[in-house]
Ligand binder design. Structure first.
Ligand code: SAH
Length: 388
């Protein structure tokens, strides 16, 4: 195994068990490790600090799997996959669904790997050279641990910066025909695992969907950034008086229509294909529950000021469309916009909208999206339930 030696004084984050090593901390690499190879990380004084996967030329150049002297076993990745899958299988909070995140990257001590189970299919994303180089081994481990009849790889934007070739397509078995359907309590959703966003569906909003379902009775619901209708279906199942869905993607709205039809064909619904910001500026009418779930607007720290303004605008216009006493459920899905900042954004929106608002709940991702205490960057989802 090739050694990566840190510069003097640059060992603090590794000693604190952070899973990422940035190239700026490295003094030298004793050899030329292949993309994705195991490397051993040493302090400037020669103490072994851990082991990880190497990505040549990247700023995040080592993802650590172990901390301390002990070298990783042959079976380390497969064993962690088994552990992560068993954890979900035993979790009472996940008993009522067949769609769960089985592996959540750093959150499960498996940096570079995400795997989501949608009924019969496990959808896999490799986001590091190290994990992509072990595709076969990982597919076997996921197949054995989950017992799922099919596995499917989705390409991720990380492939380019990590320098590997994504191989989207079947990993094992075959995709169910004509479609993949999942179950969440009483709700059913059709999921496009090969072309849908993320791995096909927003599993991370399951708890929020349950909340919406419990809050929706009799409500006029506005679902902004509706995608395939995750929240609208929950609202309709919860007895909403009507749902209005706004999204810029025709394909997403079409799937949302299929989902609403399958769950609550009698719920009145309106479909708007538009830019949410444009639509909100000219929209009329009031709603009792407004959901604002935009895509990640801040991917890097530099994006934060612009993103905060966009979140503020979205919440501001949403508040204007909220009936007195009505609810706004707003989300930010970026680690860079945490609960404190998002609360400030909501405060600024309420001030500009001249609405008083109460914070009723702060939400995060559900239990199948664990975040390692060593890796705060893994916490990316914040939700605020406001009463206006
Ligand atoms: N709330 C959804 C997930 C939203 S994902 C769920 O729980 O399933 C973000 C969605 O916003 C995507 O469907 C994308 O098509 C849409 N989108 C992104 N920018 C938009 C914009 N400016 N106006 C309207 N829709 C937008």
């Amino acid at each position: 195994m090739i050694d990566v030696v840190l510069a003097p004084g640059r060992d603090r984050s590794v000693r604190r068990r952070h899973p990422w090593l940035l190239s700026g901390s490295i003094a030298r690499v004793e050899g030329v490790p292949e993309a994705g190879a195991w490397v051993r990380v040493l302090s400037a004084e020669g103490e072994v600090l851990g082991h990880g996967h190497y990505t040549p030329g990247a700023s995040l150049c080592v993802r650590l799997f172990t901390h301390g002297k002990e070298a990783p076993t042959e079976d380390l990745i497969a064993a962690r996959i088994r552990g992560a899958v068993q954890c979900r299988a035993r979790d009472p909070l996940l008993a009522d669904t067949d769609a769960v995140r089985l592996v959540n990257a750093e959150g499960d001590a498996l940096p570079g790997l995400v795997a989501d189970r949608y009924a019969e299919v496990v959808v896999v994303k490799f986001t590091s050279a190290g994990m992509a180089a072990r595709r076969g081994e990982i597919a076997n481990a996921l197949r054995e641990a989950s017992g799922a009849p099919a596995g499917f790889e989705r390409a991720d934007r990380a492939a380019r910066s990590e320098g590997f070739r994504a191989q989207p397509g079947i990993l094992w078995g075959a995709l169910p025909e004509p479609a993949v359907w999942i179950r969440e309590g009483a709700r059913r959703y059709c999921v496009d695992v090969s072309r849908g966003q993320k791995t096909g569906f927003y599993l991370d909003q399951r708890d929020a969907r349950d909340l919406v379902q419990s809050l929706a009775r009799g409500a006029r619901v506005l679902d902004l950034f509706a995608y395939t209708g995750g929240f609208s279906v929950a609202a309709a199942c919860g007895g909403a008086a009507g749902v209005t869905l706004v999204d810029s993607s025709a394909a997403a709205l079409e799937m949302a229509r299929v989902n609403l039809e399958a769950n609550a064909p009698d719920c009145g619904s309106a479909w708007v294909r538009a830019d949410v910001f444009d639509w909100l500026r000219s929209a009329e009418g009031l709603f009792d529950l407004v959901i604002v779930d935009p895509p990640p607007l801040a991917r890097t720290r530099r994006d934060v000021p612009r993103a905060a303004r966009a979140y503020k605008d979205a919440l501001l216009f949403a508040l204007r469309r909220t009936a007195p006493g009505g609810l706004v459920l707003g989300f930010a899905c970026s680690h860079h916009i945490g609960p404190d900042l998002f609360r400030k954004v909501a405060f600024a929106a309420a001030l500009d909208a001249r609405r008083e608002a109460q914070v009723l709940r702060v939400l995060g991702a559900p239990v199948d999206h664990p975040c390692s205490i060593d890796h705060p960057e893994g916490a990316y989802l914040t939700g605020l339930l406001l009463r206006a």
